[in-house]
Ligand binder design. Structure first.
Ligand SMILES: *Cc1c(COP(=O)(O)O)cnc(C)c1O
Length: 236
């Protein structure tokens, strides 16, 4: 795994150099879903801090089991409203994609918000309009931002997308460029006071393109850990 990890770090650095961006712009999220805690600890020992999971129960179990201190956890998979109670405010949620979920999150964290702790979230957008994919539709995006702007327990810091699994570079790049454009508009509209313009985009197969299009957070599983069992890791 350490060879694969070094290779990914090199590729991230090369993509940054090619895009004339500082490497410090990019947060690499190691997507550890289905992989054992021992591998997370091993990667943490190599300096990796950010880890991503797509199920909240698995995330919470692993968070409790790791020995490495001070890791940062990202929930990147769909979150069902009945699972919101399992979530804690130190987790960064990349998959906020609907008002009903935002309402549940607001309820869950409103008390903590009163004492200054907010839940950091990214809005997941379905940029490629694939029916199978979660994320708010482009046509509904602005309305969603307006609807949740007043939710004081949530700090919306950026946007997330999953590009179409296409061999055509231009198709993939277009999805990333669309997300960047939406983020610029969102920043300019000043709907979210704590907005940071984070762009969570790029996976093992397309992270160099995502970096070229402005990604700040890339979510990489397979290229670091190797393959997952074929039945696991769905939930996109
Ligand atoms: C599994 C997953 C990833 C990582 O995918 P790889 O192709 O293994 O790098 C990234 N983002 C989301 C939302 C995922 O569910």
């Amino acid at each position: 795994m350490s060879d694969r990890y070094s290779h990914v770090l090199e590729q991230v650095a090369e993509a940054c150099a090619a895009a004339a961006r500082p490497a410090s712009d990019i947060h690499l999220i190691a997507v550890s879903k289905t992989h054992p805690v021992a591998l997370i600890d091993e990667l943490a020992a190599l300096g990796q801090i950010d880890f991503g999971e797509n199920r909240i129960a698995e995330l919470a179990d692993k968070q409790a089991a790791v020995t490495a201190p001070d890791l940062r956890w990202h929930l990147i998979g769909q979150l069902q409203t009945n699972k919101v109670k399992q979530l804690t405010s130190d987790v960064i949620v990349h998959s906020l994609d609907r008002l009903s979920l935002a309402q549940k999150l607001q309820q869950r964290f409103s008390e903590q918000a009163a004492s200054g702790t907010k839940l950091r979230c990214l809005l997941q957008v379905n940029c490629s309009a694939e029916a199978s994919k979660s994320g708010v539709a482009l046509a509904d995006f602005e309305k969603l931002t307006d609807d949740i702007a007043a939710f004081n327990a949530l700090e919306i810091v950026g946007l997330m997308t999953i590009a179409e699994n296409s061999t055509e570079e231009s198709v993939v790049r277009q999805a990333f460029a669309t997300l960047r454009g939406l983020s610029e508009t969102t920043a300019a509209r000043k709907v979210f006071p704590g907005y940071l313009g984070w762009l969570s985009m790029g996976m093992s197969g397309d992270f160099t393109l995502a970096i070229a299009e402005g990604a700040t957070h890339v979510r990489i599983g397979t290229a670091i850990f190797g393959g997952r069992p074929s039945t696991a890791g769905h939930g996109l």
